[in-house]
Design a protein around this ligand. Sequence first.
Ligand SMILES: Cc1cc2nc3c(=O)[nH]c(=O)nc-3n(C[C@H](O)[C@H](O)[C@H](O)COP(=O)(O)OP(=O)(O)OC[C@H]3O[C@@H](n4cnc5c(N)ncnc54)[C@H](O)[C@@H]3O)c2cc1C
Length: 437
Amino acid sequence: MRVAIIGGGISGIATTSWLMQRNVTVDLYECDEQIGGRIGSELLLNRWVDFGGKNIGKHYNHFRDFASACGDPEFEYFGFNTSQLVNGRIITITKEGARWFNMFRMMSLCGIDGIRKLYPHAKAIIDDRQQGVLGSEYFRKIAERYDHLTLAGYLEKRCLDHIARPVTVRMNGAEPDECYPGNFGSNLALALDSYEQLKHGMHSLLTAFRAMEKKETLTILEGRRVTSISNDSSTGMVRIGYVYEGQPSTAGYDRVISALPALRLAAVLEETLPEAANLLRQIRYFPVAVAIVKYRNEVFGKSRRAMVFDRSFPLSNVGAYGINDLDLVRYTFSGRVSRSTISEHSLPEQVISLGEQIASPYFSIRDNPRDAFTYRYLPEGLCAYSSNHHLLLEKIYLELGRISGFGATGDYRRGASIEACFRAAKECVETLFGEPS
Ligand SMILES: Cc1cc2nc3c(=O)[nH]c(=O)nc-3n(C[C@H](O)[C@H](O)[C@H](O)COP(=O)(O)OP(=O)(O)OC[C@H]3O[C@@H](n4cnc5c(N)ncnc54)[C@H](O)[C@@H]3O)c2cc1C
């Protein structure tokens, strides 16, 4: 059986890994010159740093199994440390702090209405972690009841400003009035986890994954942009069209799985399944810009390593790259003001200066020379799903079923976290190939 997977981000890598466990031979198509997508790394002064997904939760079981199979790379504690300005005072919540004190601070940031609404959701997730997955039974019911409202209509201002917005702007690139209660559980589950990161970054994992190519059941085909997917009526196979070095070509497979973000899949299906393409375009993605800057001297103290900013700033979050990397700063720009201030044409230097201007009253940035930096702008960086997302997905999968032997997974299926991408990939493989024997 020949199988093609389209998209070499973590969703494609996860799909490949599930199939390789079944000894299925896979061709992995990636349009860029290297795999990784939004878990990609950049070299900064001889060190690989991750500009995209890097924080790995304690509950990321599928990802951790995959990492073990890739040679057990070392993890380092990342923790949870965040500050924000509330009525002119800096409030810090940190995992290293006293548990009850943190809880008290969280509750005061939530307000009575926020506690009343969010506590049952948090409890449902803590009691059963599966409920924190996008489209879980619990959150489908929430969607059916409340998704006529946005999060901004569902929660009161205090909870929105101090709890919901810092989460949505970071995880979805979106403001609360662009997100829906039914999808908030997948964010809440992440906020209820605690984190580590790979000591040598995602680069080490991608290198280990590449080495699997030697097992001969995997071929990584970089630089190939897939342009179409259709059924070949004469052979019954799934045919993909792709472009390699400017030349169009086609290939036939027994099964094909898309591991593309929804908007990329919409573009590929435009001609063969226009209705599916229309539905996929209802899933929203928002831009994010990330800069990682190495300064000469430490920027953060040990106790305050990150800060979120309110809706009036283009900078959503600034933080130390790692618990011991107090001179390495990650600036994240997302949300509405960021979208009107920063574009793909913005100069990295200018964006970083903007971030420095905003963060410098709180951290040692002024008069601290930059040694080096790396910067990426992702126009479709973060997925914010849609209202009644599970119903939209049902319609999408019905349409996609018109191409037999074809399946689709990605960040829009079970949530955008790395772990959710693994879970979605597993479900997609099980739908197309049956439960493992
Ligand atoms: C700034 C940022 C920080 C994040 N932080 C975290 C975190 O700390 N923890 C966490 O769990 N998650 C995090 N995430 C989320 C997570 O990283 C992403 O949701 C996940 O990496 C998405 O992976 P994917 O494979 O679905 O999509 P992508 O990574 O976008 O992969 C899709 C791939 O398909 C390729 N492609 C596109 N079109 C075609 C085509 N036509 N033909 C062939 N190939 C094509 C692309 O080049 C890309 O490599 C973060 C995301 C961002 C952007």
